[in-house]
Ligand binder design. Structure first.
Ligand SMILES: Nc1ncnc2c1ncn2[C@@H]1O[C@H](COP(=O)(O)OP(=O)(O)OP(=O)(O)O)[C@@H](O)[C@H]1O
Ligand SMILES: CC(C)(CO)[C@@H](O)C(=O)[O-]
Length: 291
């Protein structure tokens, strides 16, 4: 490595959306989602380097070179020099855990520091949001990821463009997940019959959640939302049913072929973990609370 190289490393957390509504806009800064999701303590760590030996931008995700469109848009908007980016995700990629948003946010923090851009946090979120929308990643993950906890996205888009965030009041809790497969956000959101259902079910879920803003209600509304959309695989339905049989709450991570679950008053985290591990490898994470 050239000793004149300068590198910055930053982390951003993963995010599971339980339900959402799409707010379309020709301007990517204003396009976004409202909805509710939970921010994890696991996520993506990005290292961004600049130096005389780096002559073209290169992006590596978990050690493999990628043509990552979200990251490319971000570099084009925030950097005037080629950079080498190494992202490591300790969450599954392409499965509803907001890995592209976590990557975009972590890289924006790095570029701000590396090039002394002088951006505030909300401005960093705006840059990451635009890259996500233009590059076909998430539509509301980065706003939640920068805020943390169980996040209610009440108005779409970054705060700089009128977005409004709130939280469900809750102590910190554990979430347990099983991944069965990928679901491309870009392809799924390009299907107008799916987006039509998303917007009807998402509105109902938000209305019901705001009448009773608890984690249990979030899980119930997420479950109804995922059954309304009909994107659930048979395997995911089986896991949800098995978790409910031991007294827990479970739903589909949007947008992935994956299930996330939390314990209820009638069951422990260990019981959830044990029942889920019959279906595949369980990974668990903590969601920060409000107290
Ligand atoms: N940290 C990252 N750095 C660079 N590229 C990434 C990163 N995470 C995801 N990507 C790219 O984004 C694509 C997946 O995007 P997608 O939006 O479908 O998944 P996700 O963000 O993991 O989950 P979701 O948006 O469903 O919550 C992958 O094909 C990968 O190339
Ligand atoms: C679109 C989405 C469900 C998947 O990435 C998420 O980004 C969101 O809630 O906006």
């Amino acid at each position: 490595m050239d000793p004149r190289q300068k590198c910055v490393t930053c982390f951003a957390p993963g995010h599971i959306t339980g339900f959402f509504t799409i707010h379309d806009n020709d301007d990517p800064a204003f396009k976004g989602t409202t909805g509710c999701g939970i921010v994890l303590n696991r996520g993506v760590t990005a290292k961004v380097c600049v130096g005389p030996d780096i002559t073209g931008t290169e992006i590596f995700l978990n050690g493999s070179k990628k043509q990552a469109s979200v990251t490319s848009h971000l570099v084009a908007s925030l950097s005037c020099e080629p950079v080498r980016i190494e992202s490591h995700a300790d969450i599954p990629v392409g499965c509803g855990f907001g890995a592209s948003g976590a990557g975009a946010l972590a890289i924006s923090y790095c570029l701000n520091d590396l090039f002394s851009l002088g951006l505030t946090q909300n401005e960093i979120v705006e840059a990451a949001h635009i890259a996500e929308v233009v590059g076909g990643g998430g539509l509301g993950d980065v706003e939640a990821q920068a805020y943390g906890g169980p996040v209610i996205r009440k108005r779409p888009a970054p705060i700089t463009k009128g977005g409004l965030l709130d939280r469900i009041v809750s102590p910190s809790f554990s979430v347990h997940c099983v991944v069965l497969g990928k679901l491309s956000t870009k392809t799924t959101l390009a299907d107008s019959s799916v987006t039509g259902k998303i917007n009807i079910a998402g509105k109902t879920a938000m209305k019901n959640l705001l009448q009773s803003p608890t984690i249990e209600e979030f899980m119930r509304q997420s479950r109804s939302f995922s059954f309304e959309l009909g994107l659930l695989s048979k395997g995911a339905e089986d896991i949800i049913e098995a978790v409910e049989n031991v007294g827990g709450f479970a739903s589909q991570a949007m947008l992935g072929d994956a299930v996330f679950a939390v314990a209820g008053p009638e069951c422990t985290d260990t019981a959830i973990w044990e029942v889920m591990s019959e279906f595949g490898t369980v990974f668990s994470s903590t969601v920060a609370g409000t107290d």
